[in-house]
Ligand binder design. Structure first.
Ligand SMILES: [Zn+2]
Ligand SMILES: [Zn+2]
Length: 144
């Protein structure tokens, strides 16, 4: 819980993985964000889309699975979607799904900082150099 979350409103996914921080939830460890996302959708989303077959007793919670079912058994096994209350729901409180911090975001920020540095550093160096030179010639003349 000591993760720095003030920089963004979404927590950044820790590289080594994490277990679910929700009180009263599983102590299972998730090593990928995908596994955590599956878990989150199963337990921490109140309303879920359920896909139920109109022909047999098949049902699932993923549109890809529903499509696969129809594809496998034919068009009579069309699934319809309905919004149902999640029976396994555990209130996640302020825990939202972490995000993967992509290198693209970092790189853009690095570029921005480098441009800022490049824009201000040459002028400072020039003034600095001229100041030193003037001092040098002044003291040199005084000595003669
Ligand atoms: Zn959980
Ligand atoms: Zn079916």
């Amino acid at each position: 819980m000591s993760q720095a979350s003030s920089t963004s409103d979404r927590m950044v996914w820790p590289q080594g993985g994490m277990s679910c921080p929700v009180t009263g939830c599983t102590d299972k460890f998730f090593n990928t964000l995908n596994k955590m996302r599956n878990h989150y959708n199963q337990f921490h989303v109140l309303m879920r889309d359920q896909f139920a077959c109109s022909r047999c007793k098949f049902y699932c919670f993923k549109s890809t699975e529903a499509r696969r079912h129809t594809k496998k058994l034919g068009n009579s096994h069309l699934c319809s979607v309905r919004n149902i209350v999640n029976q396994h729901y555990i209130n996640p409180k302020d825990f939202t799904l972490p995000v993967i911090q992509t290198p693209a975001i970092n790189q853009r920020e690095v570029d921005r900082l480098q441009r800022l540095e490049a824009a201000k550093s040459p002028t400072i160096d020039l003034y600095h150099a001229r100041f030193i030179d003037l001092n040098y010639y002044d003291s040199d003349e005084n000595h003669h």
